[in-house]
Ligand binder design. Sequence first.
Ligand code: HMG
Ligand code: MG
Length: 310
Amino acid sequence: MAAEPQTVPTPYPDFVKIVEVGPRDGLQNEDQRLPAEIRIEFIERLADAGLTTIEAGSLVSPSWVPQMAQTERVLAGLRHREGVSYPVLVPNMRGLEDALRAGAREIAVFAAASETFSQKNINNTIAGSLSRYAEVAAAARAEGVAVRGYVSCTLGCPYEGEVALIAVREVAGSLFDMGCYEISLGDTIGVGTAEKARAMVRAVSERVPVAHLAVHFHDTYGQALANVLTALQEGVRVVDASVAGLGGCPYAPGAAGNLATEDLLYMLDGLGVRSGVDLRTLAAAGRFVTGSLGRTPRSRAAQALAATEE
Ligand code: HMG
Ligand code: MG
C-alpha cells in the first residue's frame, strides 16, 4: 500500500491580520504636520490596498503631540467602508468624548511596562493610567465602541533599560481584564531580538490567550521582521506595521519607525500567509505619504519594487 504523502507542518498560519499604524504612529513622529485632507487621502489609499484596520490618529493633548491635532476632522472625512475599522488613540475621558463625537467606533488605550516611560509619555504612573483606562474602556464599551490596548516598552525602555517580563505580563493582563479585545505588545524603541521577542510573547500568553495578542515592533536595529517571525511561531496572528517605515514615538528618544508594512507583506506573501493586502497598491500609498513629507519610503521592499518599476 502506498504511503500517505507527507505534509510538512508549517509553523505559520493561513492568515495574518495587519494593523496599519502609519497614519498615527508614523505621522506622530514626523517634524512636518500634514493637513487633514492629505491624512484622509493617505488613509483611503491604505484602505484601497486591502487593509481593514487603520489607526487614523490620536485624541491626545495637542501640546504633547501636535502632529495629531485635527484627528476629529480626519475621522469625519473618512468614507465608511464595510469591515474597515479606524481606531484612534485615547489617553483619558476627554479623548473618549472627542472620539465619540467624531464618530469613532474603535479606540486604543496605551499603557507601559516601564514606570519612567509612563510618566514621560502620559504624565501618570502605570497603576494610575490603568485605573483611568478601566474607566475609559467601560464607558467606550457601554457605547458599543471596541477597545484595543497597548503595552509599551515590552523589550526595553529608553530610560530604564531592561524591563521585567512579569511587568509586561501584568500590564497586558490588566488591559485584557478591563475588556480590551486585543493587546498589542510594543517594542517601542526597537531593541528586541528574535528569541527575546519569543520569550516575551510566551510569558504574556500565560496570562492573556495568544489569540488576543498582537505585536508592534519598531525597527531601530533592523530586527523587527525576525521578531515578527518568532511571534508568529508562538501563535500570534495580528501584526502592527507602518507603511514606508514611518514612525517612532515622540517620548522615546532615538526610536525609529515601525516595521514597514511593505516589508512585512513581502515576507508574509513569501511564506504563503494571506493578509488580503496588495503590495503594489500599498507601496503606492507609501510613496504618496512620503512624497507629501518630501522624502522616500524607508521600506526595503518598497525601494526594490520602485527600482523594478522604473
Ligand atoms: P497632562 O498635562 O497630565 O493632562 O497630560 P491634563 O489633564 O493636566 O491636561 C493638560 C492640558 O491638556 C489641558 O489643556 C487639557 O485640556 C488638555 P490646557 O488647560 O493646558 O489648555 N488635554 C487634552 N487635549 C486634547 N485631548 C485630550 C486631552 N487631555 C487633556 N485627550 C495627557 C496627560 C495624557 C493628556 C498627555 O500626556 C498626552 O496627551 N499624552 C499623549 C502622548 C502620546 O500621544 N504619545 C504617543 C503615543 S504612545 C506610542 O506611540 C507608543 C505606541 O505606539 C506603542 C509602542 O510603540 O510601544 C502606542
Ligand atoms: Mg509605536
